[in-house]
Design a protein around this ligand. Sequence first.
Ligand code: MTE
Length: 320
Amino acid sequence: MRFIDKTILPGDITPQAVFEQRRSLIKAAAAGSFGAALTPWFSRQAFAANPDKLAATLNPTYSSKEEMTPLKYVTSYNNFYEFGTDKADPAEYANTLQTRPWTISIEGLVKKPLTLDIDALLKIAPMEERIYRMRCVEGWSMVIPWDGYSLSKLITKVEPLASAKYVEFVSLADRKQMPGVKSSIIDWPYREGLRMDEAMNPLTLLTFGLYGEVLPKQNGAPVRIVVPWKYGFKSAKSIVKIRFTEEMPKTSWNQIDAREYGFYSNVNPQVDHPRWSQATERRIGDAKGVFAPKIKTQMFNGYAEQVASMYTGMDLKKYY
Ligand code: MTE
């Protein structure tokens, strides 16, 4: 695996210090501790002038206290095969993706199907920030502040039928905007899926931003899913369709190689990938680089308390 850190993107101009400042402002605002005279100039400016900002409130209940991965790594070391298979490709080529206008349809086994413009979708529920650990099946991990709201808020609106057992996520696949779609590595569009209870779990985040700004294109703008207790490939990017089904949906990586990538793909240090161990991981952006000590991977990526009960009685070696 190659790591190339050559791209400076527009998102990179928000240094960590400014982000931290903004975060304490958000917290102070939430706690109601702002006096008019104390409100510094940048708090007003941040939310009024810049359309790239997302006014999200930190949700401490669902946030890791670990050190966050610096923004430049989050936006330059990506998997987004629609733009190429190299980790540096998405940052280099995703600028051709048109993220507005963008419509998403919510369909299938629901009482109230919906077709929504991205701006309407943004307003369905208050924007929260969640600092999640993310673990890629390839053995690396990051800690990322995502901005969005629980997918369950949207699901409740469409009123799924009792027969809806699964939710399928379909990404955009447009050859004109996505050079990687010419390759036949994936049977496009990229598809992922969750069982209904997984989709309804409050941790599953319908995501519009990271580090307080709208999603960079390489991270799946304008809307993606983030499922922190599963390997990264379950978190489908740039989605255009959410479909409720009775049958378990076909998913892209499972179609590529069912033996290596199961439907569940819960982070599980006890179940190895057929070609490598999943017991440890390497944090991207650690100051020690490739010499950084590997850290132990946690069951369900450290979210066991919130999610383990969904899998009680299941053989997780079989349902990998
Ligand atoms: N979604 C789409 N549409 N296409 C992809 O290639 N790659 C997945 C997932 N979602 C992918 C995708 C994989 S393998 C990972 S690890 C994560 O996105 C990476 O997300 P990030 O680049 O924001 O860290």
